[in-house]
Design a protein. Structure first.
Length: 255
């Protein structure tokens, strides 16, 4: 069931989305060789609480930490640990915040120190794939239009789109309908309506799209051990297109 949000609902979601985005902005200043993903988790946890929020991943279906940290060939849902980042790594930090009962969900892939050109190109493609998906959003378009825009860009660079995980509706619940696939055909799938709020979060692999779930039942890795990168925004379908809700305060996030 699609839960359409009223303009008042969207206004109520803005603070949670902005706090999630501001948390990522804060973390950006700490990503460097030598930091552990556990330290990133602590920073996210404390910043969220200090600003009146709740880290949504903590204890969500048993997830043990407050943020997902996915390094190199980890596609998503990486669990923070005491392993240190090293120069040349790429890391996706995925933040979801609850504030006043509403969720905001956003992620970004960061460079750790000096990163090789092939890794940089992959990360840039993942960022552009998110932008392409967002550009396809408008009332009357379809979920297939979003997926096609992403898939076309990614495959034109000879990368692949992960098919096992997708974006999702979001609001008072962490995960709502619809499922937002990052591949598809134009004109197919659910028609977008004003008031839909969902995430777009393409996971882009340098190699093949196949993934594997590790024994911890959370960490997802590329089956061929190729690098993976991801970017994510929460957005609302408005009259003239997409409104990105997870823009940080420093970049004109909604107030």
């Amino acid at each position: 069931m699609i839960i359409l949000k009223t303009p008042e609902d969207i206004d109520a979601m803005r603070p949670a989305c902005r706090l999630a985005a501001d948390t990522l902005e804060m973390i950006a200043g700490h990503i460097r060789p030598g930091i552990t993903t556990e330290a990133i988790n602590t920073l996210v946890h404390e910043y969220t609480l200090d600003h009146g929020g709740i880290p949504a991943p903590l204890n969500y279906h048993g997830f043990p930490k407050s943020v997902c940290t996915s390094v190199n060939h980890v596609v998503c849902h990486g669990i923070p640990s005491n392993k240190k980042l090293v120069a040349g790594d790429i890391i996706n930090v995925d933040v979801t915040t609850i504030l006043d009962g509403w969720h905001g969900d956003t992620s970004r892939t960061f460079y750790v120190g000096d990163v090789k050109p092939h890794a940089r190109k992959l990360v840039e493609t993942a960022r552009e794939a998110l932008d392409a998906g967002i550009a396809a959003v408008r009332p009357g378009a379809t979920l297939g239009d979003i997926g096609h825009a992403i898939q076309r860009l990614v495959e034109s660079r000879r990368y692949s789109v992960v098919r096992d995980y997708c974006g999702h509706g979001i609001g008072r619940d962490f995960h709502e309908d619809p499922k937002v696939l990052h591949y598809g055909k134009p004109g197919q799938g659910l028609e977008l309506q004003e008031g839909m709020v969902f995430t777009i979060e393409p996971m882009v692999n340098a190699g093949k799209p196949a993934v594997k779930l590790l024994r911890d039942q959370w960490t997802v890795v590329t089956r061929d051990k190729s690098l993976s990168a991801q970017f994510e925004h929460t957005l609302a379908v408005r009259e003239h297109g997409a409104e990105i809700l997870t823009l940080p305060s420093s970049k004109g996030g909604s107030t």
